[in-house]
Every structure is written in C-alpha cells, then in structure tokens.
Design a protein around this ligand. Structure first.
Ligand code: OXD
Ligand code: MN
Length: 580
C-alpha cells in the first residue's frame, strides 16, 4: 500500500494477523479529521465541550496512566535491557503478542498512520508507521506527531529499515493483559490493551524515547525526557535550556513560564522530549513532538496561564471533569460554588465539594498542538534545532538538594543526572509520593542498559566544543511541617536568570564539594514571598545530609550491578572525602 516493499509486506502481514473490517490510510487531512471526529461523537468516544473544537474523552477507569510493570524491552540479550527495564525474550514475546493480536481488529477499522518525529528536512527527522484500531489514538496522533502527504512521500522513499513499525490494539483493556513491548533491534513496537497516551501514542514514549534512545546511542546523540526553552537576556543574547524532570513534576509549567523580570524573555520549544545531536559548535536540540500532552490538574492561572489560554481551542481533554456549561474543570482551577452539579472524570454527576475524591483524574490530560501556544519560539519547527547552553536536572526532593547548583564539570553534571531521585506521581500507576531514583528522568524511558546510558552521556563531552553547563534544581524542598518552601512557578525565573548569568560568565559562585552555589548577592529574589532563613536553607549544603545522600547514591549504583562507569563512582568518593 505504501509502495515500499518491506513495509508493504509488513502491512499485509499485520492485516492478515489482525483481520480488520476496513483499512484506512490516515494522513490527518482536514476531511479525514472532520469525518473521524463526527464518527467518534456518534459512537460516544468524544463529546464536544464549549469553546472552539474542544473535545472530551473518558477512558476506561482502569486505563489512566503508564504501566511500567507491563512495559518491556525485548532485546535479543537481556543485558542490553539492563537492570532497570523489564525484559522479555523477543521470540517468546512475539508468540504471546501474535496470539493476542490474532483477529483482534475484527469488526473494527485499522488506521494506518505514517508519521514523522522532529521537524522535516534535517538530520533529526525520523519516521514511523502506527497501525491502530483506536480512533482516539488516530485523533491524538494527528495532534502529537507530524502527519500528511509530505510525510507519506518521505516514508515511501526512506530506507524501510529506518522506519519504526508500531502496532497498537485496544483489546479488552484488562490491566493484567496489557503489553507495551519494544524490539530495539527491529525497531518495532507492539502495544496491546491500553489506549492511554504514553502506552498507545507510539510516536511519544515508545518511539521518541525508548527506541530513539537506542538509535541515539548507536549514532552518537541523545534522546531525552526534557523540555526545551529559549531565553532572551536584557542584552538581547539568546540562550537555550533543556531540562529533565520526571513525569508530572512541572515540565510543562516551566516550559511555558512567562518572565516577570524586566528585560528577560522566555519561549517554549518543547515540554517533554528533546533529541540532542552534536553540531559543529555544540549540542543542538529539537522537540520531536508536534503537540503538548500536558497534565491538567494543577494547571491554573497562577501556575500556567499560557497553557490555560492554549486549551481554549483545538484541544482534546482526557478524564477531566465537566461543568454544566460544558467547560472542562480540574483540581487547581478556581473552585465552583459549593454544591454545583459537575460531571466527574468517570461520567457521574456529582455535587462540587462532596468530599468524594477528585473530580478530574489526577493524571487527566490536555492534548493541544504546539502552534496553539502563544509563547512558542520561532524556532519550534527549525529542522537544525537550537544550540543548548544549559541542561537542568531536577526531581521532587523534600530534603537535601539545594534550590540550584552548577556542576563543576561534565562528569559531575552527568552524576547529577544519574543520581536524580524524585517522589513518584500519578503519571504512572503505583504508589504516589515514594522517593525513587530516576536517572535523568529516564528510568521508565531508557530503552537500553542504564549503565551503558551513563557511559554514553559521559562520552558525549569527548568530541564536542561548547558543551552545555549542567545544573541541578529542586523546586520541591519542604519545611518540617511538609509545606513547600520555594513558591515555585513564576519565581523560577529568578533561578533561570542566575543559570543564564553563569552561562554568560557574568556572576561568581560559592564552591562546595557537591557543586557551585549562587552567591546571595547574585540571587536577589526581589518581590518573591520568601523569608531569608528559608532562602538560607534552600542554598545550603548540609554535610550530614549529603553524607547520607552520597551513601544512598552509592547503594543505588551498587544495585545496578558492576557496570556503572568508574568516573561516576570515583566522583562520589571525591565528594565524600571533601564533605566536612
Ligand atoms: C508524560 C509522562 O506523559 O512522562 O509525559 O508520563
Ligand atoms: Mn513525560
């Protein structure tokens, strides 16, 4: 069908296996989208909301987040999947999957979706084909990835072995029969039993992170769980920052930050995934996605007014609540009058304030095109990317980790990333609020052995001039009563300003064994509602706590086996001996 022999054969095999009633080559044309939405409304899969082209989808109540324990790397060798991934032997995985997919599209339409990740026309671009029986996935892919005739033409002339092949089936949605399987050697993804974004929009986590991280390792670049922003300084200098935070830790809010500081401007290129490649004069990055798949709860006029204005049109909401006038509502938005009737994320009519639990699911989402965002950088679609000046690593750390610190060299920066930890959130199933190590925020997304991944990171600095400076940030420090100390959100611009001044070399630092900290004179916090003692706490390296932290990192590295790169282990020893 697509005119490229091996892909044709693959599609023929897929059709023969899944036995759909119809096959629809879906390029996301406006006619196709109009017809798709009309049929989804008719079938009760989406409901129109008020505003322009806004839709609500309610998922199966058991299918609301990524399921890490049902996500598998099916590499030929178990050690290639490494200590942090669930591994399945590929031949036996295929036998299981073949049985599940066999006849699974009967009575359904098969959407064949050729897509591109990253702007077209540069070294970054990659292609994939997702085959799915889910209209919700087809609609979401039209927002999150680049579709269309040009993409189809490019796939037809691409080397077929470079095209990622993804097969997705809704299945029975039984959580115990859910499979998200990646085959790095053959660039295949087989996903069964979930329609949730991170499990079913195969261009996103499965392709752009898990498979792309393997492709990146093999070709000398990085596929990362990072936002990208462009910063303009008062002197007109342009800088770019990439930042890795675990899921639901405020990447979207930081990406859409509006500067309250005179002369400083900030614009967004991406909020979730960055591909970074060496260029002639440094490390260049693109956002491979075409839309935002943001967490709705907590998004408010205070935390992210840009996202709120973005979602007033052309947006698919999933699992939010709905007010009687057809507006989406979630926890964090202005409260409604007590007792007001609201439809919750499961579709039940409830009274506002009934104390029966959240009205929107904690991992409810909005899916909007990048171009909806009023602070989008002019370079969002630049196929050559933007040069990255600073990389930030940060997690939800109630104690120990300062508000901001700068790595003294690349190895220490890689150590910041490799030892990152964060309290878990609702973006994946399982307990929330538990501290876990999440290296580079890639624990659920690195498609190969995490120790090799650390080595790959260390090696990136070898051949490149102008490597970005690396920083650690922590917006989530708590006081003894569990309250967040840092006001966060808009005030993060003060920290970004200091980072930018370090990049341009205009401010000095206070050196400690764990990194360089700001001099108080360079971090003014004018207008920020915070006491001086709190600032002291946020910017202090507590030697006792850090001894414990270094021991905890050592234990974590030991749990990964004996392949953690020596420079990281050695650096921990140096830090330990230098701590008072
Ligand atoms: C996401 C995630 O949806 O990280 O971006 O889970
Ligand atoms: Mn993410």
């Amino acid at each position: 069908m697509l005119g490229v022999e091996p892909l044709d054969r693959w599609l023929d095999q897929v059709i023969a296996l899944c036995q759909p009633d119809n096959v629809d080559l879906f390029t996301g044309s406006s006619e196709q989208l109009i017809a798709l939405k009309a049929s989804m409304v008719e079938d009760g899969i989406i409901d129109p909301l008020s505003g322009t082209a806004r839709w609500l989808h309610r998922s199966d109540p058991t299918d609301v987040a990524r399921m890490e324990h049902r996500t598998f790397i099916c590499s030929q060798r178990e050690e290639d999947a490494g200590p942090t991934n669930h591994w399945l032997e590929p031949q036996s995985a295929k036998i299981t999957l073949d049985a599940l997919f066999s006849g699974s599209f009967a009575g359904r339409t098969m959407y064949v979706i050729p897509y591109a990740m990253a702007p077209l026309g540069g070294a970054f671009t990659q292609f994939g084909i997702e085959v799915t029986d889910s209209p919700y996935v087809a609609l979401s892919m039209s927002i999150m990835t680049r579709l269309g005739g040009t993409v189809l033409d490019a796939i037809q002339s691409a080397n077929p072995t470079d095209v990622v092949r993804g097969l997705h089936c809704t299945g029975s949605l039984d959580p115990d029969n859910r499979w998200v399987c990646h085959f790095p050697e053959t660039r295949e993804i087989w996903s069964f039993g979930s329609n949730y974004g991170g499990n079913a929009l195969l261009g996103k986590k499965c392709h752009a992170l898990r498979l792309a991280s393997v492709i990146a390792r093999d070709n000398g670049w990085l596929a990362e769980h990072m936002l990208i922003v462009e910063l303009t300084t008062p002197t007109g200098e342009i800088q770019h920052i990439a930042a890795a935070f675990p899921s639901a830790c405020g990447k979207t809010n930081l990406a859409m930050l509006e500067s309250s500081l005179e002369g400083w401007g900030i614009r967004v290129l991406g909020d979730d995934i960055a591909w970074l490649r060496p260029g002639a004069d440094g490390l260049y990055a693109v956002n491979p996605e075409y839309g935002f798949f943001g967490v709705a709860p907590g998004t408010s006029a205070k935390t992210n007014p840009v996202a709120l204005s973005m979602t007033t049109q052309d947006t698919v909401f999933t699992n939010v609540a709905v007010t009687s006038d057809g507006n989406p509502w979630w926890e964090g938005l202005d409260p409604l009058p007590e007792g007001t009737a609201v439809i919750d994320w499961r579709g039940s009519v409830r009274a506002f304030g009934d104390g029966e639990g959240p009205l929107a699911h904690p991992n409810s989402r909005f899916t909007s095109p990048l171009t909806n965002c009023k602070t989008l950088s002019d370079n969002w679609n630049n196929p050559h990317g933007v040069r990255i000046d600073a990389i930030l690593f940060g997690g939800r750390r109630p104690t120990t980790i300062p508000l901001v610190m700068e790595a003294q060299d690349w190895t220490q920066g890689v150590l910041y990333g490799a030892s990152m930890a964060s309290q878990t959130t609702a973006a994946a199933t399982g307990a929330v609020g538990v501290l876990r190590r999440d290296p580079m925020a890639m624990l659920p997304f690195c498609g190969y052995n995490i120790c090799d991944y650390f080595s790959h990171w260390l090696g990136m600095a070898e051949s490149l001039p102008n490597m970005p400076k690396i920083f650690s940030v922590n917006w989530f420090r708590q006081d003894e009563s569990g309250r967040y100390i840092w006001p966060g959100f808009g005030t993060n611009i003060h920290v970004i300003k200091w980072i930018s001044e370090r990049v341009s070399g205009s401010v000095d630092v206070f050196q400690t064994p764990v990194g360089n900290l700001p001099l108080r004179t360079n971090l003014a916090f004018e207008g920020v509602d915070i006491h001086e003692e709190a600032v002291e706490l946020l910017l202090t390296v507590d030697a006792v706590a850090w001894h414990e932290e270094v021991d905890a990192i050592r234990n974590y590295f030991a749990s990964l086996g004996d392949a953690v790169p020596t420079p990281l282990i050695d650096r921990l020893s140096t830090i330990k001996t230098s701590l008072a």
